[in-house]
Design a protein around this ligand. Sequence first.
Ligand code: GDP
Length: 424
Amino acid sequence: MDTIFALSSGKPPAAIAVVRLSGPHAREALMSLAGRVPEPKRVSLVKLRDREGLVLDHALALWLPGPGTVSGEDMAELHLHGGKAVIAAVEAALAGSPGMRAAEPGEFTRRAFANGRIDLAEAEGLAELLSAESELQRRLAVELAGGSLSAQVGTWLEQVLLLSAELEAQLDFGDEDDVAGLDPAFFARIVALAAELRDWLIRPRTERLREGFRLVIAGPPNAGKSTLFNALLETEAAITSAQAGTTRDVLERNVAFDGVPFSLVDTAGLRGETEDEIERIGIGRAEAELARADLVLWLGPEGEGPDGAWEIETKLDDAAHAAKRMAVHRVSALTGEGVAELKRALVVHAQDALPKPGEGALNARQARFVGEAERALGSITAGLDPLLVAENLRVARTGFDRLTGRASTEDMLDTLFGRFCIGK
Ligand code: GDP
């Protein structure tokens, strides 16, 4: 097994650069670079030298003997001065040490998974945490990386294992006549579990947080779309002008309001007829955007927006503005009147369509396996041949095991027999 190393901190130059090592040669590499192996889990100041004895850097070194480390292997950390040349020199010295090589992307986590330190759901949570851009995303990812979903799947798996064990006992030891007569509570438990899985399946997916709630601002040219877009963004991302048709294309910005991620889309004016080729393309894209939107803010004439759109009465400050009888919100993008209220309402609305921390959510991969388990359990009925019941329970178990990446029949048998007294 190679020992891997990588710069684990951000892009240099920076004040400090952290180089991590993981694998059986980590100790040896520390010894050769620092001249000694520091006390385990204690920070030590060391002089790093190359093979000629030339000092590379004064650094902090950590020796973290496995298996109680994040990767499950022997690990070391070097906290260097974060200059590009310092990092390059230390990396070159490490690459020249026996058994060492630069890590592949994600390889530390991969080793953690291979060594059973984390399961797939936790690894996915970690990935989400590293890419989290909004507060909501961070909160959900922290739960996932901390094993909240893994624990949940563990309880599902345990329930199915118990059901399987009870059924197997019936099949092995029951009389022929008894086999058909399983306890009605047995089936009620399956129905309840299937319902719980369905409840998880209808929740918004984790990926929704990465994309953000898709908010499209639509209406005819000059309705004030770009001005509202800017007011919501509080920047000058879109160009506004009094001339009709200036927003020729779709403009999209990711922004978080109150920690909730939005993808804000400003569309080209939906003007039916135009001679301008580019503008026509823009209108086509705007129509496609309306179809993809989670919510449309409609700035055009009342009642002419797409179904489900919020009627927004805008240009409130202008006495000549078009009033709306049933406006959901009334704003002036120019003076900012009503914009904060609109934002607050959007946050509340979007939170409902996005995964909620504390409630748990599945990503597409996890949902596929929960879906498989739900279908298998859902097809079990009291009248079903017990052998088919057993088979469906097995399919459900496999789904959970594939979700956590811990599909191992040995493990399953251990749990099954550990929980169930066969002599009973
Ligand atoms: P779009 O074509 O729908 O994107 O419209 P724009 O945002 O470019 O706005 C068209 C014109 O209306 C510009 O001259 C804006 O300054 C003006 N406008 C937009 N919002 C407001 C508003 O709230 N109050 C006033 N008085 N003028 C506005």
